[in-house]
Design a protein around this ligand. Structure first.
Ligand SMILES: C[S@@+](CC[C@H](N)C(=O)[O-])C[C@H]1O[C@@H](n2cnc3c(N)ncnc32)[C@H](O)[C@@H]1O
Length: 246
């Protein structure tokens, strides 16, 4: 399979597990949104966009922060979940490359765990188009904390060891955006072997392999996590990046 087809397949693979995604994927810390809002000068009531919103894990934090929130997501099944869980958000089935909103109609755009799936050449001008002059863009990724022994072992097993969720050279830049700042928010979540398997079962790596391969890989995750007990505290990192519209 060509790399482009494989990438497109992976980008849409979440659709098949929308309910599991909603159940097992972690939310985003309020502090991450507060940091981005401060960097981008957002006041409550600002009109913000969540791009690649999935089941609305970030959307609900934006709504709770008092923003008038619009969610855009190309996967119909993901969007159905979002509409159930965050009915307060205006929701559109669309990709980042063709956002069904007027020019300069948004104060800030957010993308959580999604920017790496966009076709950047098309998505960046499109995001710039819908943002008002002076508006901004925030990118978020939840990520593993390899200082935690469980996550270090897990990283070696599943292959994220030593990786970042983003590529520095692919972050938004001129002529569309200017870097404003970045931070890492540290939080701790409760987890268990089953929860970790549920989480990893929604990762694109596992959604595009054969059922046998998937089952074998997830059983190995369960065995590893079980060494750390039935329940454990799991530190995690949320990377947050802020950019100003040029
Ligand atoms: C890992 S999920 C993240 C969902 C949600 N933002 C969250 O943090 O839980 C990635 C999402 O990006 C969406 N996606 C993939 N390609 C996209 C594109 N070109 N434009 C917008 N969203 C896209 C997928 O449908 C999926 O919902």
């Amino acid at each position: 399979m060509s790399e482009i087809r494989n990438r497109a397949e992976r980008a849409r693979s979440f659709e098949t597990v929308a309910q599991e995604y909603e159940r097992h994927r972690p939310d985003y810390p309020v502090e991450a949104v507060e940091w981005a809002a401060a960097q981008l000068g957002l006041e409550p009531g600002a009109r913000v966009l969540d791009v690649g919103a999935g089941t609305g894990k970030l959307t609900r934090v934006l709504v709770a922060a008092g923003f008038e929130t619009v969610a855009v997501e190309p996967g119909g099944a993901m969007l159905d979940q979002l509409r159930l869980v965050v009915p307060e958000a205006e929701a559109h089935e669309a990709p980042a490359e063709a956002i069904p909103l007027p020019d300069a109609s948004i104060d800030a755009a957010f993308a959580a765990q999604a920017f790496h799936w966009f076709d950047r050449e098309r998505a960046l001008p499109e995001l710039q188009r819908v943002l008002r002059p002076g508006g901004g863009l925030a990118l978020l990724w939840n990520w593993w904390d390899e200082r935690d022994p469980l996550q270090k072992e897990l990283g070696e097993l599943v292959g994220y060891a030593g990786h970042e969720p983003y590529r520095e050279e692919e972050l938004p830049a001129a002529p569309w955006f200017r870097d404003v700042g970045r931070t890492v928010v540290e939080t701790v979540m409760e987890s268990s072997p089953d929860a970790l398997v549920g989480y990893l079962a929604t990762a694109s790596d596992y959604l595009v392999v054969s059922p046998e391969e998937r089952e074998r890989a997830l059983a190995a995750v369960h065995a590893l996590a079980s060494k750390y007990g039935d329940r454990f505290a799991m530190p995690r990192l949320t990377y947050v990046f802020a950019f100003a519209r040029l």
